[in-house]
Design a binder for this molecule. Structure first.
Ligand code: CDP
Ligand code: MG
Length: 178
């Protein structure tokens, strides 16, 4: 079995709220190790690749949002997953570039899944206590849609090993690993 590497971004909202130390220490105490870390002001070039508007990404994101809207009896006005995907992508680019983010690579066995578990559900309203998104903020799809912005959730973490490999290569070059 091989160690995995996963990309974690403390999004600008997490940096602005002074939660960097808290987030890092929560991941650190699992035993995973940081092998790369930097502060970055992300521009269009990297964000277009990071949140690439692929069919799969748009489909999954639409399913998650749609099932939440149905559970809550709210309207879901999007016919086509690429339409919602495109809209969320542009909102995300705006929120990810509004200030510096912290980019980190964490390494260890099951790194991808362990980090996702600590991070919690995409929507802070649904993320359980004890998770980063469950403990430190209040936001929802409903509020974000009303204000025409991306859901605030402090952190990005690669969701599977393929995504992790792609994102690690996108944000870091070989000389930046320790
Ligand atoms: O970040 P995570 O992998 O949990 O979720 P995602 O489905 O990959 O979506 C990426 C990001 O898009 C989320 O972290 C939210 O900030 C944002 N999002 C949103 O603003 N509105 C939605 N309906 C779905 C996602
Ligand atoms: Mg994701």
């Amino acid at each position: 079995m091989e160690k995995e590497r996963t990309l974690v971004l403390i999004k600008p909202d997490g940096v602005q709220r002074g939660l960097m130390g808290e987030i890092i220490s929560r991941i650190e105490r699992t035993g995973l190790k940081i092998v790369g870390m930097k502060m970055v002001l992300a521009g269009d070039e990297i964000l277009d690749k990071h949140y690439a508007l692929t069919d799969e990404w748009a489909r999954e994101l639409t399913e998650k949002s749609k099932s939440t809207a149905e559970k809550e009896g709210r309207d879901f006005p999007f016919e086509n997953h690429m339409e919602l995907g495109g809209m969320i992508q542009s909102r995300l680019k705006k929120s990810l570039s509004e200030g510096p983010a912290i980019a980190m690579i964490w390494e260890g066995f099951h790194a991808v899944q362990i980090v996702r578990k600590i991070v919690g559900h995409t929507e802070p309203k649904q993320s359980v206590p004890g998770t980063i998104r469950g403990d430190f903020l209040l936001d929802s799809y409903e509020l974000a849609d009303k204000e025409e912005r991306a859901v605030k959730n402090l952190i990005h973490a690669s969701s599977d090993l393929n995504e992790a490999k792609r994102e690690v290569g996108l944000w870091f070059v070989e000389e930046e690993f320790f």
